[in-house]
Design a binder for this molecule. Structure first.
Ligand code: ACO
Length: 355
C-alpha cells in the first residue's frame, strides 16, 4: 500500500488518513472511511455499496456467542466483556486459518461488523433487556444507536455517531495500535491482534479517559463549579482527564470537531448544560496551564466526545467500547501493513527510556 495510513502534524494540529484531511473525512460515511483505511483508497460508489453490503450482512452474532455474552457478569466493564467475546468468536470464523489477503479481508469485515453487535448485546443484557438484532439497512452509527436503545435515532444523532466512529478510527502508532501491530508482526491472526488492541485501549491514560471525562462532568454538575474543581486538581498535581497529548502540542483537530458537534447537539436539544460545564473546564485549564504555565495541554479526542455521549444518553460504561468500534478499522489497517512487512517488531529495552 503506497499511501501512509496516517499523518499527524502535532504542532499545526493536522490529521490525515491516507492523505485526506480529517475535516473532509468526517463528511463521509464510516463505511467509506473504513474502506479507505483498510484498502488504501476511497471507494467509488459501486465499491462502497458492495463493501457496505458485506459489512451490514455480517453484523449478526450466533446463538453460542449470545450464550457466552449472557454468561459474562453483568457488572463488569463493557471492555472486559468485549475483549472476552472477540477472543471467543474467532473459533466460528471459517477463515481463521487463512492468512491470505482475501482471508484477512473477510475476517476484517466480520470483526468490524460484529463488534458493535457484541457491545450492544452486552449493554442491553447488563441492563436487564433482551439484545436486539442489527438492522442491515441502517448505517454503522444509526444501527449501533438502534441496537442499544431499541428505537431509531434522529438523523443528527446518527450523523454524530458516524462522525464519532470516524474521528476515533485511526491515530498512527498510539498505544493500542502499536500493540495490535506487535501482535500482527509475529504473524499471529487478526483476532489476536484486535484483542491486543482492545486490552491496551481500555486503560485510563488511553481510551479509558473518555468515561472519566463523563464522570468528571457529572461530578462538577454545573458550570459555576468547574473552576474550583479544576484549580483543586491542578493544585494536587492531578491529571485532568481529556486533556493533553503526547503528539499534539496544539489543539487536537479531532477535539475541535468534537467540540463543534457537541455544541450542535446541545443547540438541537435546547440544553446547553453539559456543553457549558465542558467549556468552563476548558477555559480554566487553558488559562491555568497553557497561558500561565506555557504547557500545551488542550482538549484531546476524549474530552468533547464525552460531552456528546452525555447528550446522546450514552452511559460512561460504554464510552471506551464505542471508541473501540471506531478504532478497529485503524488497527486492522496497521495489521495488514505489518503482515506485508513480514518482520517481527522487537525493540530493545533501552528504547523504553524514551517512551
Ligand atoms: N492535566 C494536567 N496536567 C497534564 C495533563 C493533564 N491532562 N497532561 C499532561 N500534563 C502535564 C504533566 O503533569 C506534565 O507536567 P510536568 O512537566 O510539570 O511534570 C506535562 O504536562 C507533560 O505530561 P506527560 O504526562 O509527561 O505527557 P505524556 O505525553 O506522557 O502523556 C497523556 C500524554 C497520557 C495523554 C497525558 O496528557 C494524560 O495523562 N492526559 C490525561 C488522560 C487522557 O486524557 N488520555 C487520553 C489521551 S488521547 C488517547 O489516548 C485517545
Amino acid at each position: 500500500m503506497s499511501k501512509n495510513i496516517c499523518f499527524i502534524d502535532g504542532l499545526e494540529g493536522i490529521l490525515k488518513y491516507r492523505e485526506i484531511d480529517i475535516n473532509q473525512l468526517v463528511e463521509l460515511p464510516y463505511d467509506a472511511v473504513s474502506y479507505l483505511l483498510i484498502l488504501g483508497e476511497l471507494p467509488v460508489d459501486q465499491e462502497l455499496a458492495e463493501y457496505s453490503s458485506r459489512l451490514h450482512g455480517e453484523r449478526e452474532i450466533n446463538r453460542e456467542v449470545m450464550d457466552i455474552i449472557r454468561m459474562c457478569k453483568l457488572n463488569i466493564d463493557s471492555m472486559e466483556a468485549l475483549r472476552t467475546i472477540v477472543s471467543f468468536i474467532s473459533q466460528f470464523d471459517p477463515d481463521i486459518n487463512d492468512s491470505s489477503p482475501e482471508g484477512n479481508l473477510r475476517k476484517a469485515i466480520r470483526l468490524i461488523a460484529k463488534i458493535p453487535t457484541i457491545v450492544a448485546a452486552y449493554y442491553r443484557m447488563a441492563n436487564g433487556k433482551e439484545p436486539l438484532p442489527p438492522d442491515r439497512f441502517l448505517s454503522h452509527g444509526a444501527n449501533f444507536l438502534y441496537m442499544i436503545r431499541g428505537s431509531k435515532p434522529s438523523q443528527l444523532e446518527a450523523e454524530v455517531m458516524e462522525k464519532d466512529f470516524i474521528l476515533s478510527a485511526e491515530h498512527e502508532l498510539n498505544a493500542s495500535t502499536f500493540s495490535s501491530r506487535v501482535t500482527a508482526s509475529t504473524l499471529s491472526d487478526l483476532y489476536s491482534a484486535v484483542v491486543s488492541g482492545l486490552c491496551t485501549l481500555k486503560g485510563p491514560l488511553h481510551g479509558g479517559a473518555r468515561s472519566e471525562v463523563m464522570n468528571m462532568i457529572e461530578e462538577i454538575a454545573c458550570p459555576e463549579n468547574a473552576e474550583e474543581f479544576i484549580l483543586e486538581k491542578i493544585a494536587k498535581k492531578e491529571k485532568i482527564m481529556g486533556f493533553g497529548h503526547r503528539v499534539y502540542k496544539t489543539y487536537d483537530p479531532r477535539g475541535m470537531i468534537f467540540k463543534q458537534l457537541s455544541r450542535q447537539l446541545a443547540e438541537a436539544k435546547g440544553d446547553m448544560h453539559w456543553y457549558e460545564i465542558a467549556e468552563a473546564i476548558e477555559n480554566t485549564v487553558i488559562r491555568e496551564l497553557v497561558e500561565k504555565k506555557g504547557k500545551p495541554i488542550y482538549p484531546n479526542v476524549d474530552f468533547y466526545s464525552g460531552v456528546i455521549y452525555k447528550y446522546m444518553d450514552i452511559p460512561p460504561q460504554l464510552a471506551t467500547s464505542i471508541f473501540a468500534i471506531g478504532r478497529v478499522s485503524g488497527w486492522i489497517a496497521h495489521c495488514f501493513d505489518q503482515y506485508e512487512k513480514k518482520r517481527i517488531i522487537r525493540p530493545r529495552a533501552f528504547m523504553l527510556d524514551e517512551c
